[in-house]
Design a protein around this ligand. Structure first.
Ligand SMILES: [Zn+2]
Length: 150
């Protein structure tokens, strides 16, 4: 959910950048036309598109880097890019049934239909321990991963 908001924010900044470059470009063009008293389009038009594209690429790179830094934010000292993964442990492991979709094929290997079946699998609960490199605060996150054993 937060990731979606982040992408939305990046998109909005991208659109603002587009508007800004267009407005500034139009302004410079008009000023140049008035100064030279001509109706021919000045060379500024040709550099607008590359400037816009470079801006967008830079924006996307900065956005991804900031996202990574923000994801590793320490909740105690509030510094960004602070948490480092120390260790990953398996807390528990359970036997589960995993629903999989199996394909029916004819002699030509064409798929003729599917059916669903439960097959045995494993559910592993992992615990990741992160340590803040500034204040030493320890953070733990648990995550669950299912896998079929067949
Ligand atoms: Zn910290």
């Amino acid at each position: 959910m937060k990731k979606l908001l982040w992408i939305l924010g990046t998109t909005i900044v991208g659109v603002l950048w587009f508007v800004l470059v267009t407005v500034i470009g139009a302004g410079i063009s008009m000023a140049a036309n008035i100064a030279t008293r001509s109706d021919t389009l000045p060379a500024i038009e040709n550099i607008l598109v590359p400037v816009m594209c470079i801006g967008w690429i830079a924006l996307i790179i900065i956005s991804i880097l900031m996202w990574k830094r923000w994801k590793a934010k320490c909740p105690v000292c509030k510094r960004w890019s602070a948490l480092k993964l120390m260790k990953t442990e398996i807390l528990k492991q359970e036997d589960i049934s995993v629903l999989v979709e199996l394909k029916h094929r004819d002699l030509n290997r064409e798929v003729t239909g599917t059916h669903e079946q439960y097959i045995p699998g494993k559910r592993k609960t992992y615990q990741d321990t992160y340590k803040c490199k500034y204040c030493g605060n320890l953070e733990t996150h648990t995550r669950i991963k299912d896998s079929s054993s067949v």
